[in-house]
Design a protein around this ligand. Structure first.
Ligand code: F6P
Length: 541
């Protein structure tokens, strides 16, 4: 018999899933039973509304839906991105075993290795100072110009791996808002600045516009002939790069089987490699490869990405929670939620199945987050006492890098664990009143104030713990989330690897450019859009 959503809902309604406090009291082994470990990475999901029956049904469902077969299809280079007729092989970019990976009858590994080698040589030249700018000066600053997957991955990881950063200073420009590039270059010396133009398609308007501004910055200061010395590019569209005037030996390619939001492992990772060096970049790939192997080989119930995906699906579809928050207790992971927003929401924010039918269940949740402890002083009020239940994913290292500030790391850990405990346990009215009375309140005050101090509890969270945020650990964490998105997408029955939802806005923006430039009338647009255009143009100086 099939595992239906009704079966899972019925199993989820049992006390050990609906009352977490009671579930922990009844089962002293709950942590042991509902946590997994891979190397030093622990995933504790015992504070979610899970029980063994729910888990067994979720596993059954995954088998029926064929998630394992879909996983094999992805790793073997089948064209599972059906709307673009492409394979999905970001895993080949970190295939450290170097086993053949075939696309259209050709092993892609020699090309993958060749680009990695070329990136390493180029990065080393910049880092060592052997490769210089047009005036003979060493590069002190590198500016990556890209957006979406051509920005978020390198930007997030550069920040996350700051303790390993021993190369030139890195800057990231993404927004077409001129303020972004203006603020970035205003204090830079053109003679010591290298620009990386990163775009899979080399057509993205934001990137091309910023690249032209950067080109002018160099040409105005150092002359047109200096441009070649101060630019390099990362793209799959090698001809378009040549048209921009960047020399072939400064172009690092990748392939259409690498999705933008899965591209940090490709040449898109060049800025990170320049920051931390080829060796540490290799360790970053190693971490991801370790998770790839684990995802492929471990049985479902021992498989971290698989289980993370099953719980995510359960929380979204069965329990109907529309959102999830990712809260790293790590200041350097402050862009991780933004990175996951593209990874998850661009992948699974879909309404049509792979069979081109409308979906019948909810799909990807809204993903958001900020680092702890900052979030505690902002939105945690709603997480604890608001009317929505928002599952949270916490992450915390056992060791920070500031060994002389160990007491601060202890505070960080205490806060992280306190939040998940508070969310799970809550505080009853009786407990709230007793606390007030013990603090000297009279009965009337305790009756009045007590309800405001009640925490319903039963608010789910998953906590990840790891030794420290090394390149290896970060690679592992990103790959874990990539495969979680894959598992959820497979369960939703959608194609997680296209992004048609970004197209309409792009098309309309192209049409509106002559309108906001005052060259065409807004008459063809709706009255709101026309009214906004006329207001903006009326105020424009
Ligand atoms: O926003 C859509 C998108 O295509 C993303 O998927 C991609 O990462 C981003 O734009 C940038 O694209 P490109 O690397 O081609 O400039």
């Amino acid at each position: 018999m099939n595992a239906t959503l009704e079966d899972i809902k019925a199993a989820a309604g049992k006390t050990d899933a609906t009352d977490l406090r009671a579930a922990f009291a009844a089962d002293p082994e709950r942590f042991k039973n509902f946590s997994l470990r891979f190397e030093d990475l622990l995933m504790d999901f015992s504070k979610t509304a899970i029980n063994s029956e729910v888990l067994a049904l979720l596993v059954k469902l995954a088998k029926e839906v064929g998630v394992e077969e879909k996983r094999a299809a992805m790793f073997s280079g089948e064209k599972i991105n059906i709307t673009e007729d492409r394979a999905v092989l970001h895993t080949a970019l970190r295939n450290r075993a170097n086993t053949p990976v075939m696309v259209d009858g050709k092993d892609v590994m020699p090309d993958v290795n060749a680009v990695l080698e070329a990136m390493g040589q180029f990065a080393e030249g910049i880092r060592s100072g052997a490769t210089k700018g047009a005036t003979g000066k060493t590069f002190t600053d590198v500016v990556n110009i890209g957006i979406g997957g051509s920005d978020l991955g390198p930007a997030m990881t550069t920040l996350a791996l700051a303790p390993f950063h021993d190369g030139p200073k890195l800057h990231y420009v993404s927004n077409v808002d001129g303020a972004h590039i203006a603020d970035t270059i205003k204090d830079l010396d053109p003679a010591t600045t290298l620009f990386i133009v990163a775009s899979k398609t080399f057509t993205t308007i934001e990137t091309m516009t910023n690249a032209k501004t950067a080109r002018k910055f160099i040409a105005d200061a150092l002359g047109e002939e200096a441009v070649g010395h101060h630019f390099c590019a990362v793209s799959t569209a090698l001809e378009k790069v040549a048209d921009f005037g960047i020399e072939q030996d400064r172009v690092f390619g990748f392939w259409d089987w690498v999705g933008g939001r899965y591209s940090i492992w490709s040449a898109i990772g060049l800025p990170l490699m320049i920051a931390i060096g080829a060796e540490d970049f290799g360790r970053f790939l190693d971490g991801a490869h370790a998770i790839d192997k684990h995802f492929q080989d471990a049985p479902i119930t021992e498989n971290l990405p698989f289980m993370l995906g099953l719980i995510g699906y359960y929380q979204r579809v069965v329990l109907d929670y529309p959102s999830r928050a990712v809260i790293p207790y790590d200041q350097r992971m402050s862009r991780f939620a933004a990175y996951l927003q593209q990874l998850d929401m661009e992948s699974n924010g879909k309404s049509v199945t792979v069979g081109s039918e409308d979906v019948t269940t909810p799909t990807g949740p809204i993903v958001w987050g900020e680092p702890g402890t900052n979030g505690q002083h902002a939105f945690f009020q709603l997480l604890h006492q608001g009317t929505n239940i928002i599952p949270i994913e916490f992450m915390i290292a056992a060791n920070g890098f500031e060994t002389d500030l160990r007491h601060q790391h202890q505070l960080l850990m205490a806060n992280c664990l306190a939040q998940s405990e508070a969310l799970m346990k809550g505080r009853t009215l009786e407990e709230a009143k007793t606390q007030l009375l013990n603090k000297g309140s009279d009965e009337a005050t305790a009756d009045k104030i007590g309800p405001h101090r009640v925490f319903s509890g039963n608010r789910p969270s998953i906590t990840f713990v790891y030794d420290s945020l090394t390149p290896y650990a970060l690679g592992r964490m990103i790959a874990l989330y990539e495969h979680r998105v894959f598992v959820e997408g497979a369960l939703f029955g959608i194609n997680s690897f296209d992004q048609w939802g970004v197209e309409l806005g792009k098309e309309l923006a192209t049409g509106l450019l002559p309108v906001v430039s005052g060259k065409e009338s807004a008459d063809d647009h709706d009255s709101s859009t026309a009214g906004l255009v006329s207001t903006l143009l009326g105020m424009a100086k």
